[in-house]
Design a protein around this ligand. Structure first.
Ligand SMILES: N[C@@H](CCC(=O)N[C@@H](CS)C(=O)NCC(=O)O)C(=O)O
Length: 209
């Protein structure tokens, strides 16, 4: 059985949504790096970055990196329609997943843990790093909105892996509010994905209205 190491309101919500669409049973383990729990130690043993989502596969192997996990599930369970079947559209979807992981998920780690990048820096310097990273995060989402069209969803007629990752990773650091201002159409798309029946049941467990 799959075993998902995750946490409330974290990136693991995207994997929960995907697993539910795949219709496969899985066990959830609540773990987070800052907690001194048995589950957090187990997470670190599986993933030295001690980050969620971390997915243990039925064969015992371990998958980290949310984009890789979503792509793996999309390829393994095509009936879940996580990835477009058209090769050109699928290529853009893979590009989008990697774009979000690299350009929009990574900044969140800097905002949440500035001391990892500026060890021994004073509070003012850390706040400066956070403010600069936040502006870059909003810029990266605006550029995403400009390059990835909704047809009517990012993955086509129904929300797929790219839609799922976008709605989860925009939950933090004021991204939704920034997009309402900078890219209102994209903000509207995110709200449509939030409410879609393929996404809402699991997403709302993490972010109730
Ligand atoms: N590169 C990873 C990033 C995962 C990540 O940053 N997860 C956050 C939760 S949303 C985390 O576990 N943070 C705790 C930490 O970095 O100590 C991915 O793409 O999946």
């Amino acid at each position: 059985m799959y075993e998902l190491f995750g946490y409330r309101q974290s990136g693991s919500a995207a994997v929960e949504i995907a697993l539910s669409l795949c219709g496969v049973p899985y066990r959830q383990v609540a773990a987070y790096s800052t907690e001194d729990t048995e589950a957090a130690h187990e997470l670190e043993a599986l993933n030295p970055q001690k980050q969620v989502p971390t997915l243990r596969l039925p064969d015992g192997s371990v998958l980290t990196e949310v984009a890789a996990i979503l792509i793996h599930l999309g390829l393994t369970y095509p009936q879940a329609k996580l990835l477009p079947t058209d090769p050109g559209q699928r290529a853009q979807s893979l590009r989008g997943l990697v774009y979000i992981a690299a350009n929009c998920y990574t900044p969140i780690g800097i905002i949440d843990f500035p001391q990892r990048w500026l060890a021994d820096a004073d509070e003012a310097s850390q706040q400066q790093l956070i403010a600069g990273t936040r502006q870059r995060l909003y810029r990266n989402w605006a550029l995403f909105a400009d390059q990835f069209p909704a047809r009517p969803f990012l993955d086509g007629t129904e929300p797929g892996a790219l839609d799922i990752l976008a709605v989860v990773i925009t939950q933090w650091s004021g991204t939704r509010e920034a997009m309402l201002e900078a890219r209102p159409e994209f903000h509207g798309l995110l709200e449509r994905i939030d409410r879609h029946q393929r996404v809402a049941p699991v997403l709302s467990l993490h972010w109730p209205e």
